[in-house]
Design a protein around this ligand. Sequence first.
Ligand code: SAM
Length: 288
Amino acid sequence: MDVLKKNWFSESCEMWPGSTFSFEVKEELYHEKSEYQDIQVFDTISLGRVLVLDGIIQCTQKDEFSYQEMISFLPLCCHKNPEKVLIVGGGDGGVARDVSKHPKVKEVVQVEIDAKVIEVSKKYLPFMAVGFESKKLTLHVGDGFEFMKNHSNEFDVIITDSSDPIGPAVSLFQENYFALMKTALKPNGIVCSQAGTFWDSMSLVKNTLRFCKNQFPKAAYATTSVPTYPCGQIGFVIGSLDESVKFDEPITRFTLQEIKNMNLKYYNKEIHKAAFALPSFVTSEIDS
Ligand code: SAM
């Protein structure tokens, strides 16, 4: 809890020193340490339910759809036939929920390291954990990095919905993880990884993109807005084995009716294109 104001939670993390995001708590619904991390779930005054791991906000009921839809549909809509998808992390179930909506996706495999996050999400965050009920999904509990070592030529798309590079997620931000994902992909496969905010974590953005570029013939950084993440912005590094891919021109372009039918609240073909348009200071930094 915030030391200054009772009933307020303030996020604190070494990755963005000197500023913080706070929210007013109605009730702390859960707080325990799992084998891997400290897990908290809050009911809040203005954000609905909030999941916090090791003091860092992972998702809020108010704005989680922006992140989940973008990390899912950017890579899925850039692939001609994304039949088999691997999700690494994603213990809240939100990415499984959204990936399962894509009509071309037939099979979803997910590997999440912390069974406790899955259990807690099922109990307190059903609007995301509904993803675990998908008939397309096979769920494994384990380390995504280790899992990747044992798979080759298997997935069309790999989505890494991991927490920030602290604790169990450190290995998912290294170049050898991108090399393992490359091996686990089928020809023309695509990866998409959470890659931090350019406002406060430029070196993370640059390094993750560099690792991806070193392994994939095509790579880019795409951005979305999530008000409850540091600085309200987060991005994804996307890499493709298909050299002809144009990331900002989705192959699958949903009509408004299809978007409504899938209950997508953020993603559409226009926002897909816009996600790859970056501020000038970001392009100069990542090109340097
Ligand atoms: N959207 C969130 C964000 O950007 O902060 C991420 C949400 S999701 C809850 C992150 C999940 O990644 C957590 O449940 C965590 O347990 C999982 N995770 C971290 N390291 C992992 C690893 N090495 N293998 C598999 N899952 C991992």
